[in-house]
Design a protein around this ligand. Structure first.
Ligand code: GAL
Length: 653
């Protein structure tokens, strides 16, 4: 099943958000109906945090209130994205199943009072979750209002309790087979960690000093697999009663407890929640960063923006007030890159509870407000884009992303805490975005043949298969940039011997790294081409690569910093330091040129082709003439120029 069923049902793109009518009384519901029509809402997510109402005591379900809301929404022309409420077990659950509550690495058991208070490995939690998913699906599987199933909310919770320990051991048995293989993989000969019984193997709980890196990495992998198993279990329970698509909302971009490639394969289509944590142009770039990842995790198919904010979130999220026009720009930014609509968290701003100050479509001030008016305009704009639904985006450039590499770069005991994985990934994507290039993300073991250029900004861990794949990509004509400290460990977290990176990759890059030399945070290192390196440097040798720039001082003076290697039909580049934005932009510009990737729009114009439509977002203050007059879906008329800070969606001839 795909997003197609949903958009056929909606007759266009989805627009709406999380709807929590249980927080309000009847007169408000009537107003909601009227306001939803005004805002052109056609999809509402219902039930995400309603477990306590749906199952007021264990095993006793009460769905009468939900029947009424679903019928009302349906009568009002609003389809329902029905959620299973399993992200927030009610207080009775704590009392009945204390063993199913999450335990932190320090051994503190958490209780209800917030949300996400469960252990995904606890049988009592899994049973309760499966039962309520099944009960909901049985009752609403064929309900005319239900267009989509929303399992859980943002799987991401880890637990270190005894249930988690037992499940971790089962997972390790599957992965490693024998205890000897586990000991070998984790290098337990170091610090006398050798295991002689499976029962002694634990999650990485609080300990005296550094954890074993292999154990830490395997625990992250296990956590992701456990969440995926929990998702599958609910999905299958739903599928037994319903033929509507099933998904779960993934939190992007910063949460990192899931292998999102694996989730992408299991969801009927990908949905994401996205809250940019910087304003202005940075937020626009971040929107593209989230959207390009969402599309890529779903294999290029259309996906759906399940949550965004209309304005301020709360302090911890660092999401600042949005400026007038931002809601439209962010919405178009997502739709341009493959989202079949745009939903918000949430419909009506709560008057009480933990997210009282989180912005919403209908703010505390009510519909007579800037925000509601703006959302209404955005709803109209989205409705005019119906013909775009279902179309796809193709990219010529990819950035490599691998959860294993991210997790590996977060273990204890690395030579430097800088530069971190997520920053590097964003930096690479941002350089391409600034250059006006639409980017896919890809896994190092994916077929990369369709990309002219591939950037590998942060592959500290690289499997043998990944290294061979990258080498093949270059040999067959690709241009690849690999950045510092990549391929330094294999899939077991063991250091590559004989020089980094992994042997197959060394061959494609024509270099051999001997010694990482992290820099202090305030230190800079100059390169012979005038660029400045920060955070990291390496002592390396060119085997048969060409040195494009070398270091100019200190013990690395005269040593290569940036290299280029003609290998087979392509080129492998290696950058052994971290360049500032401008220097990095210059390098990326050169690579784009060498790879033959051309951009047609002036800087500041974000242009994305989606199927037969071109989305244009002018982030600059100048008017930009169009090469030819075109029909703009947003205004419904011909357009000859893009106004300052204006947006357009052009139907291409
Ligand atoms: C999402 C979550 C919502 C709400 C929102 C706040 O991560 O799914 O329930 O908490 O964040 O931004």
């Amino acid at each position: 099943m795909t997003a197609r069923e949903l958009i056929e049902r909606l007759g266009g793109l989805a627009f709406g958000g999380d709807y929590n009518p249980e927080q309000w009384d009847e007169p408000v519901w009537a107003e909601d109906d009227e306001l939803m029509r005004r805002a052109r809402v056609n999809l509402a997510t219902v039930g995400v945090f309603s477990w306590a109402l749906m199952e007021p005591e264990e095993g006793r379900y009460d769905f009468a209130w939900l029947d009424a809301h679903l019928d009302r929404l349906h009568a009002n022309g609003v389809a329902v994205d029905l959620a299973t409420p399993t992200a927030s077990p009610p207080p009775w659950f704590t009392k009945a199943h204390p063993d199913a509550l999450p335990v932190t690495p320090d051994g503190v058991q958490l209780v209800h009072g917030s949300r996400d208070t469960y252990c995904l490995a606890a049988p009592a939690y899994r049973d309760a979750a499966r039962r309520i998913a099944s009960a909901l699906a049985e009752r609403y599987g064929r309900h005319p209002a239900v267009a989509l199933w929303h399992v859980h909310n943002e799987y991401a919770t880890l637990c270190w309790c005894d249930h988690a320990a037992a499940a971790f051991r089962d997972w390790l048995r599957d992965r490693h087979g024998t205890l000897d293989a586990l000991n070998e993989a984790w290098g337990t000969a170091f610090w006398s960690q050798r295991y002689t019984s499976w029962d002694d193997v634990l999650p990485p709980r609080a300990t005296q000093w550094h954890h074993n890196p292999g154990q830490t990495l395997d625990f992250r992998r296990f956590g992701s697999d456990l969440a995926l198993a929990a998702y599958r279990e609910q999905r299958d329970a739903i599928r037994a009663h319903s033929d509507r698509p099933v998904t779960t909302n993934l939190m992007l971009p910063g949460y990192q407890n899931l292998d999102l490639w694996a989730f992408g394969r299991e969801l009927d289509f990908v949905t994401i929640d996205h809250y940019p944590d910087r304003p202005g142009l940075d937020a626009a770039a971040d929107t593209a960063f989230g959207a390009d990842r969402a599309r890529s995790f779903g294999g290029g198919r259309p996906w759906l923006l399940m949550e965004q904010g209309t304005n301020t979130v709360y302090a911890e999220r660092r999401v600042l007030p949005k400026d007038p026009g931002d809601i439209l720009r962010h919405t178009l930014g997502h739709i341009a890159r493959g989202s079949d609509g745009a939903l918000f968290f949430q419909w009506r701003q709560s008057k009480a509870g933990a997210e009282t100050w989180h912005s919403a479509i209908v703010p505390h001030a009510g519909p007579d407000s800037r925000i509601f008016r703006e959302v209404t305009e955005v709803g109209e704009a989205v409705a005019r884009l119906a013909e775009v639904a279902g179309s796809t985006v193709t990219a010529e450039v990819a950035v490599l992303h691998d959860a294993d590499a991210w997790w590996a770069s977060e273990v204890d005991g690395l030579p430097s805490p800088d530069p971190d994985y997520h920053t590097r990934l964003r930096h690479a994507h941002r350089a391409l975005w600034d250059a006006g290039v639409v980017t896919d993300f890809a896994h190092p073991e994916h077929d990369l043949g369709r990309y002219r250029l591939v950037l590998a900004p942060a592959l500290f861990l690289l499997s043998d298969a990944g290294a061979a794949n990258l080498s093949r990509y270059v040999a067959e004509g690709g241009t690849l940039l690999v950045q510092h400290f990549s391929g330094a460990v294999d899939e077991r977290m063991q250091a590559r011997l004989g020089g980094y990176p992994a042997p197959a990759l060394r061959e494609a890059l024509g270099v051999r790294v001997e010694e990482p030399r992290p820099l202090r945070r305030d230190e800079r290192i100059t390169l012979s081409n005038g660029a400045q390196g920060t955070l990291w440097s390496e002592s390396m040798r060119v085997e048969d690569a060409e040195t494009v720039a070398s270091y100019t001082h200190g013990m690395l003076a005269g040593r290569p910093a940036l290299t280029r290697h003609a290998f087979g039909a392509g080129h492998g580049w290696y950058l052994s330091t971290v360049l500032d934005t401008t220097d990095y932009a210059e390098l990326v510009g050169r690579l784009l040129e060498e790879a033959g990737v051309v951009t047609e729009w002036p800087p500041g114009v974000e242009a994305v082709t989606r199927g037969g439509w071109q989305f244009l977002l002018n982030h600059g203050g100048d008017t930009v003439p169009l090469p030819q007059t075109a029909h703009d879906l947003l205004t419904g008329g011909p357009l000859t120029e893009l106004p300052p800070h204006g947006c357009a969606v052009l139907r291409m001839p």
